[in-house]
Design a protein around this ligand. Sequence first.
Ligand SMILES: [Zn+2]
Length: 500
Amino acid sequence: MAATELDPFEMPAGLAESVLDRARRAGCDHAELRVERIRSQAVALRDGEVETAADDTESGIGLRVLHDGSIGFAATVAHDAGAAVDLVDEALQVARVASRATGRRVELAAENPHGEVEWTSPHRTDPVLVPLSEKVSMLGDWSARVLDAAGIDHVSVSVLAVTEDKCYADLAGTVARQRRVRVHPRLEAVALGDGGDFETMRTLAPPVGRGWEYLEGDGWDWESELARLPGLLRDKLSSPSVTAGRYDLVIAPTNLWLTIHESIGHATELDRALGYEAAYAGTSFATPDRLGRLAYGSAALNVTGDRTAAHGLATVAIDDEGVEGQTFDLIRDGTLVGYQLDRAIAAATGMGRSNGCAFADSALHIPIQRMANVSLAPAEDEGPTTDELIRGVTRGIYVEGDKSWSIDMQRYNFQFTGQRFFAIENGRLAGQLRDVAYQATTTEFWGSLVAVGGASTYLLGGAFNCGKGQPGQVAPVSHGCPSALVSDVRILNAKEESGR
Ligand SMILES: [Zn+2]
């Protein structure tokens, strides 16, 4: 490791204490220090040849203070205790300016101190420590397997790996040292047809909070996914274009997670619902005056926000405001019952304790309210399997894998495509369909949720790069869900719609 990096687990003696002591003496009501080191790697191969190999380390110290009803923030890439202590005066100066600019007093919802906390997301092999040669060799093997199959013309394969080390310390006495590890491997194949026709298909494996062992089969069956993909892609290329109309959909978690993210995850961020976060990706139709009353969906719709799920990308022990990771209800039996909160928004709206949704994507950025793992609960007891859900459909479509999405600024009118669409005829799969997109409004779609699958169908999907804020920040987030049956959904033929 280069000497210019700061290790949040091995900080210079007394650094946090000196900063917090200075903040206390300056009269801060709250001060939180984050020392972070984030190592991000990307390796990508195209047709077996290395195209990208990036290895980036960002480290720094960030300080947020609450002083006389105003928030101030300052950060540095310097590593010494002197530079860290200087952050207090800088942050106080920002707080004074912010106070004049906003003209309103900020309060933070109370949180009991948690003392010394050490937490590491569960993993066996730190993915950023796996040598580049080993990564290229594994991705090269995956490429060759798919590229050698009949009818496959191109293969792109990549893996992103992040190890995020963070030491959080606040005036109340919480000191949390946390390491989060995550990987996102993906492979996409292209098959060319006649007359310029082509199709693509991507692996369905989601990004996860696991180590390199994920690529070796821990948590995902890569052998079977890579073996099946060429045949499925060939079939897709020769399959008929969908006839637009209304269909019953059985949606696999590999597709449904993204619909949850866009239509529920973002819509239940309270800053968005209050209109504070309008510029980037919009506000929300699910406004607080409808809390406890809005029929978001059918009685089968039960959604939680969750910072505790094993292998979840938004899972933490302590968030970036010193709040403990929790699980909380957002939608119960179809009704909106909660929001995702940080401490300022919880206090401003009288919602009580924050449910732990503050996150900053770097020591150099201020924490903002970011998404928890927002997840749809499976059926209680055993619940149906995906095959059983399909058996209940006379004329429908089974959907796997996410692809493109679009949703309006109130998180209400949406359209999603996918990786694989199979016709369902009289309870059985009857070959693939091309050019399928499903379109609905949020409440109409979730209101047509007829049944959710059992726990055996449950999977955490997710993304590394959910965007929010100005200046923009990215956050990793997972969404767990079972397979689901949604009735009578409008299906578009995407090709006809685009006039091709
Ligand atoms: Zn997002």
